[in-house]
Write a protein that binds this ligand. Structure first.
Ligand code: SF4
Length: 684
């Protein structure tokens, strides 16, 4: 674009990690974006959200300086004053209750450098493993499940493999809405002749194009996998060589699915046995079959078992360790993979190194030159619960809005009100920031250098395009300033490259990376080390990190809250193509906002008829946890008995309704299904 400087960076929205240029005008504002033509994933394209990036960082309503809470709102303050309040607040809590009473929630939207700093701040400065982020409510079961079965909790293959897979299975993921560029690759692959199978309770856009759509009842994923495995073993479609040479537990798995035939389970799953048989035949006989999955797998009380079930399916058929195969979680936010890799989880250091392992802890302690806590910390939900019990008093949070995104909003609000110190660093005033004692002005991705790691483990550089707005600071910088207030110099880096180099020095899977190497190409996929200096597009080609992969039989777990006479409909959650997360970025765009301006509920024609609803009728929705009002959109994309709501809208927050019952392994709340009652409201 003439007259504008183009700065190469990565889209700040979803985990696909599309390459873009920020076009900066002579007023130092990001005036527009353009796609990187040679980017290996986005290939010269961006979706509607990517094109709207300038609105997300627009300085208009940005927080420009620190704010301190007063009796009737906030007053502007200097950084020194804000840091002083934070210092006194933290020292007070630490002296009274110790380090278990404080914690940090970092951000899947922030860079790897920011996330590395956040977990180091929690562990080395505050002395606690109470560090978590929003992966808890998207893919924590992936990390827990695949770690057990394969030894590594990440996408096994690359986005480019969509082009070469003979069969694509999209399971509980709405890729055209949430990962639009990747969804486009799936459509192109289907048009070129790949077989597309979709498993989803909703008739998504991809389901309408699919060769086979299994419109399962919510919460029946394990039943379906076990029925498929029954059929695969019955016909001898398993890859016996692969099972014999690379896996353990095949006999036990085979025995566990002896009585799970498609005919026996079809009614419970909600699809005809013939469809299950057809899917087993197609997947079981494919030369290359790739599973792509989303939160329709993870957001259940059985989330970790669901992931392990998918792993059983892929391993049994030898569909792993080769291009065009694998188990591939589609990560939601731009850097949710990186935030996990950086150790922003209460049980692992960077690179998934176990905090409970004394040898690992000693190694990290030596590297950081400080003592470290020896017990696993609290998850984000654990911090909520501990705050309600009065055991957790101080929270530092950035780039997240749990009031909108976490289940059971009323409980989240009560827990925030129970804190003695809530520090929120944000771009704009979010629902959560409104409850903070101190609000800090954070720098947007366009104002800082660093790296993001996308869903296919590709670490990519982001470059500073504009100066920070107002007095905003990058997250590793303000965390360093708080650390200095507490007498620690352990976050005293001079630039983001120094943060990255320190991180790479203790993170085996990143050990072969440097800014210089990342700049030479479009990033590197981990593991990138001495054995794989150019990165690893396909994991597990010759061996698994745990030696042999583990087949672990898993059995159906009932959803926590089925529909009943009082709450006769099941509510599931979905996302919309034009919005993202809590809406704090996408809703700044008048173009995106024009498409879907506020909350809606999707309902089947049959249920709408029974409730005497018309399209756009005003409705009230009640669950056992809350009530909200919105409008109904009638669609035959949903079966009778199931309604669906996006969670992007604070004026109709679906998380007023959702259930916090958790997967016992990963602590993932069951966001994908709860029971609700709908009442028509008078129009007015
Ligand atoms: Fe950005 Fe995701 Fe859209 Fe790509 S698909 S442009 S990363 S929002």
């Amino acid at each position: 674009m003439p007259g504008k400087q183009a700065v190469q960076t990565i889209c700040p929205f979803c985990g696909v990690g599309c390459g873009m240029h920020l076009l900066v005008d002579d007023q130092n504002r990001v005036a527009a974006v353009s796609p990187q033509g040679d980017h290996p994933i986005s290939r010269g394209k961006l979706c509607a959200k990517g094109w709207s990036t300038p609105f997300a960082i627009e300085p208009g309503d940005r927080i420009r300086q620190p704010l301190i809470r007063t009796d009737d709102g906030f007053r502007p303050a200097s950084w020194d004053e804000a840091l002083e309040v934070i210092r006194y607040g933290l020292l007070d809590i630490l002296s009274q209750l110790g380090p278990t009473a404080v914690g940090v929630i970092s951000s899947a939207r922030a860079s790897n450098e920011d996330n590395y700093a956040a977990q180091k701040f929690a562990r080395a400065v505050l002395g606690t493993n109470n560090i978590d982020h929003c992966a808890r409510i998207c893919h924590s079961p992936t990390v827990a499940g695949l770690k057990q079965t394969l030894g590594s909790g990440a996408m096994t293959n690359s986005a480019a493999d969509i082009d070469s897979a003979e069969v694509l299975v999209v399971w509980g993921a709405d890729a055209t809405e949430n990962h639009a560029i990747l969804g486009g690759h799936i459509i192109e692959a289907k048009l070129r002749g790949a077989t597309l199978i979709v498993v989803d309770p909703r008739r998504t856009r991809l389901a309408k194009l699919a060769d086979l759509h299994l419109q399962v009842k919510p919460g029946t994923n394990i039943l379906l996998v076990n029925a498929l495995l029954h059929e695969i073993f019955r016909h001898g479609w398993q890859n016996q060589d692969f099972l014999d040479s690379r896996c353990e537990g095949a006999d036990a798995l085979r025995k566990s699915v002896r009585d799970t035939s498609p005919t026996q389970l079809a009614d419970a799953i909600g699809v005809p046995a013939e469809q299950i048989e057809a899917m087993a035949r197609t997947y079981g006989q494919a030369n290359s079959a790739m599973i792509l999955y989303g939160m329709g797998i993870t957001q259940f009380v059985s989330g970790t078992f669901n992931v392990m079930a998918l792993s059983n399916l892929a391993l049994s058929c030898g569909q792993i360790g080769r291009p065009g195969t694998g188990i591939n979680p589609l990560r939601g936010q731009n850097n949710v993979q990186g935030a996990c890799d950086m150790g922003c989880l209460p049980n692992v250091y960077p690179g998934y190194q176990d905090v409970a392992d004394p040898a690992v802890r000693q190694h990290v302690s030596d590297y950081w030159q400080c003592p470290l806590p020896d017990h696993t910390g609290l998850t984000s939900m654990g911090m909520t619960q501990a705050a309600l019990r009065g055991e957790f008093k101080g929270l530092i949070l950035f780039g997240e809005d749990p009031v909108v995104t976490d289940p059971d909003q009323n409980e989240v609000l009560a827990s925030l009100k129970a804190l003695d110190l809530l520090v929120v660093a944000e771009l704009t005033m979010t629902e959560t920031a409104r409850h903070a004692h101190v609000v800090l002005p954070a720098a947007s991705f366009a104002e800082k250098n660093g790296t993001f790691t996308n869903c296919e483990r590709r670490v990519q550089r982001i470059h500073q395009a504009i100066p920070p707005v107002g007095e905003a600071l990058g997250d590793w910088q303000w965390l360093g300033a708080i650390a200095r207030q507490l007498g620690s110099s352990s976050l005293d880096w001079t630039n983001s490259q120094a943060v990255f180099d320190e991180m790479a020095g203790m993170t085996p899977s990143y050990s072969g990376m440097s800014y210089e190497k990342l700049a030479r190409q479009h990033g590197l996929q981990w593991p990138c080390d001495d054995a794989a200096p150019e990165g690893t597009p396909t994991l597990h080609q010759t061996e698994f990190p745990i030696g042999r992969a583990r087949l672990i039989p898993v059995h159906h777990v009932d959803i926590d809250e089925p529909a009943d006479a009082d709450y006769p409909l099941q509510l599931t959650t979905n996302r919309l193509h034009f919005h993202y997360g809590c809406g704090s970025m996408s809703r700044k765009s008048p173009l995106l906002e024009r498409e879907t301006p506020d909350g809606i509920l999707f309902i089947s024609p049959e249920d709408a008829r029974n409730l005497r609803l018309k399209n756009h009728s005003a409705i009230g929705i009640r669950s056992r946890r809350g009530y909200l009002e919105t409008r109904a959109i009638i669609t035959d994309d949903l079966p009778p008995g199931l309604v669906s709501m996006p969670y992007h809208f604070s004026e109709a927050p679906s998380n007023q309704l959702t259930n916090r019952a958790m997967d016992p392994v990963s602590k993932m709340p069951e966001l994908k299904v709860c029971a609700v009652r709908i009442t028509p409201l008078p129009e007015g």
